[in-house]
Design a protein around this ligand. Structure first.
Ligand code: NDP
Length: 334
């Protein structure tokens, strides 16, 4: 495993972060979830990402249980706040002071830890003054319940405003968590340049386009049994946008490129996001331990310019790079 600094900070995280969206507390049984976490640890992964909203708080509990007994100082544990949880009342959502101060308590309890390394705003809250949100985050940091602050899917303008307030309050906003992969590149025009200027790294989600960039979904064929595309609990719905015949056909052209480098297509896709210097870590999910064991081999792989060009020839024409697609809900969800 290789490690990178997270933003302009002294915190190092593993190039591959293990995340548990849609899997823990949902698609995957708890014993398999624990095996995945242990496979991640055995592979040198030290960074784990979850959110209070995953499986309506159960995913945090499953991750906390799986990490029990590990040396806390050897882990970086990240979670998030914003989306509605629990009974989903009017204050069980958003980035108000009330919801942040209460949510951190629940997350720490479920994760079985006194602090998280990174506490992230899961989206931008258009209904709460940003000053209120950043003051609450500053208090969470001063109480020692989080060490650093991050955000997710914020625009360049939102990152600038949040970063300025964080600086004023004496806390570190060091990361953004956007979707980024060979097919979804909307952070490139605006979010990445602003982040580079501000000292913010990207921790990128769905680097495999939810499994599509492993090449296992073949055009004209039914999805493999047990894959996310067959997961009625939620996965089948979320992966839908990538199960397009043009995408699936083009992805097949990645096989020879990966083979030339002794990589699987999934490893190539992860190495592709890590090629970007503003990306600190690829946030990968897994429904079974073998996936993690294989995917970690992407850490430390360097891709030369001719390989990057070959990848673009295969799938670049389908890549979405419209900066306006970085957005948060136009109103708080309940
Ligand atoms: P990926 O793109 O890495 O997809 C992971 C899924 O792909 C796995 O669950 C598995 O699904 C399949 N897969 C993984 N490895 C392989 C392999 N080697 N061969 C074949 N299939 C494979 O990421 P996710 O979409 O799961 O997102 C990763 C993490 O990002 C989340 O857990 C979460 O922490 C974070 N995230 C953050 C969001 C945000 O808003 N901030 C939003 C979404 C995710 P299967 O076996 O079931 O097909």
């Amino acid at each position: 495993m290789e490690y990178r600094y997270l933003g302009h900070s002294g915190l190092k995280i593993s190039e591959i972060t293990y995340g548990n969206w849609l899997t823990h507390g949902s698609q995957v049984e708890n014993d398999v979830a624990t095996q995945c976490v242990h496979a991640a640890l055995d592979s040198g992964i030290t960074t784990f990402d979850t959110a209070d909203v995953y499986a309506n708080t159960v995913a945090e509990q499953v991750l906390g249980d799986a990490l029990k007994g590990q040396r806390r100082e050897s882990l970086e544990i990240f979670t998030k706040v914003y989306f509605p949880t629990g009974p989903k009342g009017p204050n069980d959502t958003g980035l108000s002071r009330k919801h942040i101060m209460e949510s951190i308590e629940g997350s720490l309890r479920r994760l079985g830890t006194d602090y998280v390394d990174l506490y992230q705003a899961h989206r931008y809250d258009v209904e709460t003054p940003l000053e209120e949100t950043m003051q609450a985050f500053a208090d969470v940091v001063r109480q020692g319940k989080a060490l650093y602050i991050g955000v997710s899917e914020w625009t360049a303008e939102q990152l600038r405003a949040g970063h300025a307030l964080a600086k004023e309050l004496g806390i570190q906003l060091i990361s953004n968590q956007p979707q980024y992969n060979m097919l979804w590149r909307v952070i490139e025009p605006e979010v990445v340049p602003a982040s580079e200027e501000l000292g913010i790294s990207q921790i990128v989600w769905s680097p495999l386009a939810q499994g599509v960039l492993s090449g296992k979904y073949r055009p004209g064929e039914a999805p493999p049994q047990g894959s996310r595309a067959t997961d009625a609990a939620g996965g089948a719905k979320t992966i839908e946008k990538y199960l397009d015949e043009d995408i699936l056909s083009s992805v097949q052209h990645l096989h020879p490129i990966a083979e030339d480098h002794g990589l699987t297509v999934a490893q190539l896709a992860i190495a592709w996001v890590l090629h970007h210097p503003n990306v600190a870590s690829a946030l990968v999910g897994a429904s079974r331990p073998e996936q993690i064991q294989s995917n970690v081999a992407a850490a430390g792989v360097t891709l030369d310019s001719s390989t990057m060009e070959a990848i673009d020839s295969a799938v670049g024409h389908l890549a979405v790079d419209d900066a306006t697609l970085t957005s948060s809900p136009p109103e708080r969800l309940t």
